[in-house]
Every structure is written in structure tokens, then in C-alpha cells.
Design a protein around this ligand. Structure first.
Ligand SMILES: C[S@@+](CC[C@H](N)C(=O)[O-])C[C@H]1O[C@@H](n2cnc3c(N)ncnc32)[C@H](O)[C@@H]1O
Length: 347
């Protein structure tokens, strides 16, 4: 497969939760009736470059007979690397288009691969209902794909007009529901906390006034309005953080991660490894704290005469610091630069 050095849209340069799919240029293919909104050419109609791929393979170290769960299948880039190590992989994605694409791409691996509909926050239920064995490794590569972003009708992008939707899967809530119905405190909170948006309150006030005159329906209605309100300085679109916050709220992204972390250890066999790639500081902090807490053998408190065994001890930390992409990867794929990989091993 030929590698392309795809240009990075300026408005994603600081989007900390944007993933790394790189799209070659050319015609958009059709697959099972789905228009794939990626540029491509005849030979390589679509491809992406998974972030930290070598690091994932190094830490998860697939060998023949291994069983892995990829909780964020996407286009199947990481899964393909695990399959090439002769492992068996169940790839979960909440997005039907991602599952269809990956199934087509990974067809050559036969029954060593299966795309599974669902959310990684419900991985324990999926594993038990489907009688999956304990895993040698689990991977999450959290975020949204370029494919999702580039499909205007999915409503993730402030660059092209589409319905204000942002659902990765089949949730009921859309971004338009949030913008048109949530109260000012709730709106300001997500803009501030999920988006780390300094003008959260000002943007909220504008939304509350504007939606009375005309409810928000499209991405550009919101994006252009924020741009008019805040003005534009530099290359970064002023709606970047609001869009990120809405996406995280629509898809309950932090809730998904919390539910997954609660049950992940029980899904791994002893010596099995869990790798999580994040693109957002809030998510990275959650993973870091969970891994740190679950890898302490003992707990100590000032009021205790001696340290006590940690009842939540589950893991050995394999990456004290998050693994960041190297200079070559960032140079080739600027979208990778905010990614961090943390890995633990089940004791
Ligand atoms: C960053 S992409 C994954 C890219 C993939 N690692 C690859 O190499 O192609 C993230 C994918 O995870 C999916 N996703 C995000 N949150 C999810 C969740 N809670 N449960 C299941 N899938 C999720 C998205 O639909 C998207 O397809």
C-alpha cells in the first residue's frame, strides 16, 4: 500500500481528540451501498494511518493463538496489525459504516476476525453473551475517525454543512438536541469541561438568545455564528472546542471510558495486556489515574499504623509515562501529535 502524506486541515491542528486517519486523493468508492467519504484512487480507494501502530504491536505483542479485542475497530488499521501477528480479533465499533468498511478490508483473515456491533463501555456484556475467552490483549484508540469527520451528513465538522448530529452510533441524542434544549448551566459546563473553551459562557449566552429566534439545525449555522461572535484569530476555527464538547456529550465519551475501565481487568487473562490511546487530556487523565490506582500493591493513609493491601490491585504498569508518537510519525501525520498510549498488564 502506497503511503500518502496527506495535508492536515488547519482547523484540526489543535483538536486534541482528532484521530489520525490519512486519506489519499482520488475517487470516493461505494461499498455495500455506503458512500465512503474519503478521497481515494483506483488502487487504494481509502486508507488510514493508525497512530502509534509500532508501539501498539510492540506492547500487545500478538502471536499465533492469541485472542484480542479491539474496542474501537474504526477502519481496522490496528486490528490488521494484530491479525498479521496471527491472532484472532473481535473488533467492536458502534458505527455501522466502520464495521462494514473494516469487514471488507479484513476479509482475507477469514474467521480470525469478526466485526461486532456495540460500545466498548458494554464490552463485559458482549464478551459474556458471546462466550469470548479471556483476552491476551485489549486495545482502545479513542476518538472519532477522519471518515466520520469527513462525512458532512454525520454532522461532526464545522468545515462543511450538514445536520447538527454527531452521533457515532445509534444513540438518540443529537448535537442539535443539546444545543436547542439544554439549559445554560449545562451547556456552559460541557463547553468549559469537555471543550476547555475559555469563552464558554459567552457562547452559551449567544446560543440561548439565537435559538429562540431560530433553532439550530446545521453545523455551519453554529460554526459561523460562533465565528461571528468571537472573530477569527489564526488558523484554528473558533468553533473547534465547542464542536469537540458537543461530540463528547452526544456520545457520552467519558461515561463510555469509565464503564470500560471498571470492567476491563475481568476480561483479561493473567499476563494479558490493555493498551489505551487517548487524544484528549481529560481522557488521558482518567486512564492514567485508573492505571495508577489499580497498579498499587498497597494503600497507605496517615491514620493507618501500617500500609494495607490494595483491594483494587489488578495491573502492573508497563508505561510509567504515556507513550507519545515519535518525531517521524508526527512529521508524517500531524494529527497523531496529541495521542498518548498507556499500557498495563493483568497480574
Ligand atoms: C480513532 S477511530 C479507530 C481507528 C482504528 N484504531 C484504526 O486503526 O482504524 C475510533 C473508532 O472508535 C469508534 N468508537 C468511538 N467510541 C466508541 C465506543 N464507545 N464504542 C465503540 N466504538 C467507539 C468510532 O466509531 C471510530 O470508528
Amino acid at each position: 500500500m502506497r503511503l500518502f502524506s496527506a495535508p492536515v486541515p488547519p482547523d484540526f491542528w489543535v483538536s486534541s481528540s482528532f484521530n489520525s486517519w490519512l486519506l489519499p486523493s482520488g475517487a470516493a468508492p461505494e461499498m455495500e451501498g455506503l458512500a465512503i467519504h474519503a478521497e481515494g484512487n483506483e488502487k487504494t480507494p481509502f486508507y488510514h494511518e493508525p497512530v502509534l501502530l509500532d508501539e501498539v504491536v510492540e506492547h500487545l505483542a500478538p502471536v499465533e493463538g492469541n485472542f484480542f479485542i479491539d474496542g474501537t475497530l474504526g477502519g481496522g488499521g490496528h486490528t490488521e496489525a494484530l491479525l498479521r501477528g496471527n491472532a484472532t480479533v473481535k473488533g467492536i465499533d458502534r458505527d455501522a459504516q466502520a464495521r462494514a468498511y473494516a469487514s471488507e478490508r479484513l476479509r482475507e483473515f477469514g474467521d480470525r476476525f469478526e466485526a461486532v456491533a456495540g460500545r466498548f463501555g458494554e464490552m463485559a456484556r458482549l464478551a459474556s453473551e458471546n462466550d469470548w475467552p479471556k483476552a491476551d490483549g485489549i486495545l482502545l484508540d479513542i476518538g472519532v475517525s477522519s471518515w466520520q469527520i469527513d462525512a458532512a451528513e454525520r454532522g461532526f465538522s464545522f468545515r462543511s454543512d450538514g445536520p447538527l448530529d454527531m452521533r457515532m452510533g445509534e444513540s438518540e441524542l443529537t448535537a442539535a438536541d443539546i444545543v436547542n434544549q439544554w439549559g445554560e448551566d449545562e451547556l456552559a459546563k460541557i463547553f468549559r469541561e469537555f471543550g476547555e473553551e475559555k469563552s464558554a459562557w459567552r457562547i452559551t449566552q449567544w446560543i440561548i438568545e439565537a435559538r429562540v429566534l431560530k433553532p439550530f439545525e446545521t453545523t455551519l449555522q453554529l460554526a459561523d455564528g460562533i465565528e461571528n461572535l468571537l472573530g477569527r484569530r489564526g488558523r484554528i476555527h473558533p468553533a473547534t472546542k465547542v464542536f469537540q464538547a458537543l461530540r463528547m456529550a452526544v456520545n457520552d465519551e467519558l461515561g463510555e471510558l469509565a464503564r470500560f475501565l471498571e470492567s476491563a481487568a475481568d476480561l483479561l487473562k493473567p499476563g494479558g495486556r490493555l493498551g489505551i490511546i487517548t487524544f484528549h487530556s481529560l481522557e488521558d487523565r482518567m486512564v492514567k489515574q485508573h492505571f495508577r490506582d489499580a497498579s498499587r500493591t498497597e494503600l497507605d493513609r496517615p491514620e493507618w499504623p501500617t500500609p494495607r493491601p490494595n483491594p483494587d490491585y489488578r495491573y502492573q504498569l508497563l508505561t510509567r509515562k504515556g507513550v507519545a508518537p515519535g518525531g517521524v510519525e508526527v512529521e508524517r501525520n500531524a494529527r497523531s501529535r496529541s495521542s498518548r498510549l498507556r499500557v498495563v498488564e493483568r497480574i
